[in-house]
Ligand binder design. Structure first.
Ligand code: ATP
Length: 312
């Protein structure tokens, strides 16, 4: 069973307008409301891949109830900790032929006690048959920057594989600790920010994957959007190239990639198959309008067109 963790989920509202005028009344043409947050994107893609998955994290208020009901609609088993503070809305305004303006609420501020209660909740989930865990997205306000160290520690103690997909201090604190996740998936921008250097050439990117900050992390997937990815799988570097596809909405492709990795690792596939599965899920997500969605019927078609080159 795969467990997905989303500490700061949201109800994602999409509003479409022909044009959006500041300081005036704007009437919405089309509205969508979905269960959002990176970990929930991972969850939906895992469900499409027919993987056994349980979703957890923290939810509260009516928006928390909405997220639970959305997950039920697609038969996702969820075991979120309920808190007495409301889950947030995040609004994406689509306007003026291709512009997207985002309005992101910060979400609830958790107390130290709520953080500790979640860790106990996680321990009880991990006492079940969990073998792979994905940890995605930012931390809610109020929790210490090293909160994910405590999360990864519990996952490692259980002997499950941990895929950590976060950024900034939440990631730095884990990488600087003695507690290492099995897999991380930074994109190029996140890796550059992490190492505080520009990584324009492939040689720079390869050296970055060998940086001492990543000692102890088995697998690093450096995702590069439509340019594919560079992967350090233990001591081997692979370059991945993708088929040309028509991208409709690439947002959430990184989350789909994490889902593909978790799915294939759970199935104990070899490195080539894991990398290709991860990339296929990312590409398929880019081809869909909805964030965190894939058309499973096209999986083999894309998978066969992904090429992997061993660089060292
Ligand atoms: P997000 O934060 O939106 O989830 P990300 O920045 O973490 O995304 P990306 O590097 O954009 O992740 O994409 C992850 C993978 O998805 C890529 O390695 C690639 O396989 C696939 N992908 C992303 N964008 C495209 C695209 N435009 N066309 C084809 N495949 C794509």
């Amino acid at each position: 069973m795969i467990l997905t963790i989303t500490m700061n989920p949201s109800v994602d509202i999409g509003y479409s307008f022909d044009s959006f005028l500041i300081g005036q009344v704007n009437r919405v043409l089309d509205v969508s409301k979905t269960a959002g947050g990176k970990g929930l994107n991972v969850t939906r893609v895992l469900k499409s891949l027919q993987a056994p998955v349980t979703a957890t994290g923290v939810l509260g208020g009516e928006l928390g109830m909405f997220i639970r009901s959305e997950l039920q609609k697609i038969d996702v088993v969820e075991d979120f900790l309920t808190i007495n503070k409301p889950t947030r809305n995040c609004i994406a305004v689509m306007h003026d032929s291709g512009y997207q303006t985002e309005i992101l609420e910060p979400g609830p501020t958790l107390t130290k006690h709520e953080g500790e209660t979640f860790l106990l909740h996680l321990e009880s989930l991990l006492s079940k048959d969990i073998t792979t865990v994905t940890v995605s997205g930012s931390l809610p306000k109020g929790l210490a920057e090293d909160f994910y160290v405590d999360v990864v520690k519990r996952i490692n103690k259980k002997g499950a594989k941990c895929l950590l997909d976060t950024s900034n201090q939440a990631l730095v604190k884990v990488l600087e600790s003695d507690i290492k996740p099995s897999i991380i998936k930074p994109n190029l921008e996140e890796l550059e920010a992490l190492l505080n250097q520009s990584l324009s050439s492939i040689d720079d990117q390869i050296s970055a994957l060998h940086h001492e900050l990543f000692n102890g992390v088995d697998i690093i997937v450096l995702s590069k959007g439509k340019q594919g990815a560079l992967v350090r799988w233990k001591d081997t570097i692979y370059e991945v190239t993708l088929p040309k596809v028509t991208a409709v909405n690439p947002v959430g492709s990184g989350d789909a990639t994490v889902a593909g990795l978790a799915f294939s690792i759970e199935q104990q596939l070899d490195s080539d198959a894991c990398i290709k599965t991860a990339m296929t899920a990312g590409v398929l997500n880019a081809m869909e309008k909805q964030t965190g969605a894939i058309d499973h019927s096209r999986f083999n078609e894309i998978y066969e067109k992904i090429s992997l080159t061993k660089l060292s």
